[in-house]
Design a protein around this ligand. Structure first.
Ligand SMILES: C[S@@+](CC[C@H](N)C(=O)[O-])C[C@H]1O[C@@H](n2cnc3c(N)ncnc32)[C@H](O)[C@@H]1O
Length: 237
């Protein structure tokens, strides 16, 4: 499958919180900010997401790929696989251009209308992206549609830490430290959006139910980082 050229502006969404256009504004510093704001945990969480796509995927779709970290990690972990990273933000895709080479290609597009036929992929992932998809249920149904029956659909997402001894500290980090440092370092207000969108994301039980309602089977949720993130895994049907 060949990758369409990247246009200057994301064509599928207007500028709104979480849209591709919003991410265009922070693309250049996104990778560095991610490392700092997640206290370096984001990379280990991504590795767990990548493991969930095994054992031997042939063709993998990474939705909301951003600067391509997950797409690259998938190709490194599964050397026989080809990987497509899809994102509406031309800025994010361009900022990660050096990661979209060899087995990894970039496609500019919207997770709600995936430009691929049914059963085109052996598995699909989305890291820190489902929160930004305006119609979440449509995004989930699209991932199910393009993955072969039985293939894994793995989702990594942040949420408000709930329960557990360290949850209050993790909550303080997400509510106060993340938007403040994010805004200071990037000089942008977009990181305020991050905090409010994390707070608005449903608790794990509710999101598991949304995945099941989208037609995914054998859905599970694994708590990561004191509940600051979860790895959700389902199988296409
Ligand atoms: C927080 S970034 C995550 C990027 C990457 N997955 C990572 O792990 O670093 C969220 C991404 O979601 C993308 N996004 C926003 N709306 C989207 C949509 N409707 N469909 C797919 N991706 C979308 C943004 O452009 C942005 O690159």
């Amino acid at each position: 499958m060949s990758a369409p050229a990247l246009s200057e502006k994301a064509p599928t969404q207007e500028t709104r919180g979480g849209s591709g256009a919003m991410f265009d504004a922070i693309a250049e510093r996104y990778d560095l900010l991610n490392r700092i704001l997640s206290l370096g945990l984001d990379q280990s969480w991504r590795r767990q997401l990548v493991e969930a796509l095994g054992p031997d995927p042939k063709h993998v779709l990474d939705v909301a790929t951003g600067t391509g970290d997950v797409a690259r990690a998938i190709a490194a972990r599964y050397p026989r696989a080809t990987v497509i990273g899809l994102d509406p933000s031309g800025g994010m895709l361009r900022a990660g251009a050096e990661k979209f080479t060899g087995a990894v290609s970039a496609v500019q597009g919207d997770g709600q209308v995936l430009p691929f036929p049914d059963d085109a992929f052996s598995s699909a992932s989305i890291a820190f992206g489902i929160r930004n998809v305006p119609d979440r249920s449509l995004g989930l149904r699209e991932m199910r549609r393009v993955v072969v029956p039985g293939g894994p659909v793995a989702i990594l997402e942040l949420g408000e830490p709930r329960g557990g001894l360290l949850a209050p500290f993790a909550r303080f980090h997400v509510r106060h430290v993340v938007p403040t440092i994010g805004a200071l370092l990037s000089g942008k207000r977009e990181y305020r959006y991050l905090q409010s969108s994390v707070a608005a994301f449903p608790p794990p039980e509710e999101f598991v139910a949304q995945m099941e309602a989208a037609g995914l089977k054998e859905v599970s949720a694994t708590r990561l980082g004191f509940g600051a993130a979860h790895l959700y895994l389902g199988r296409s049907a």
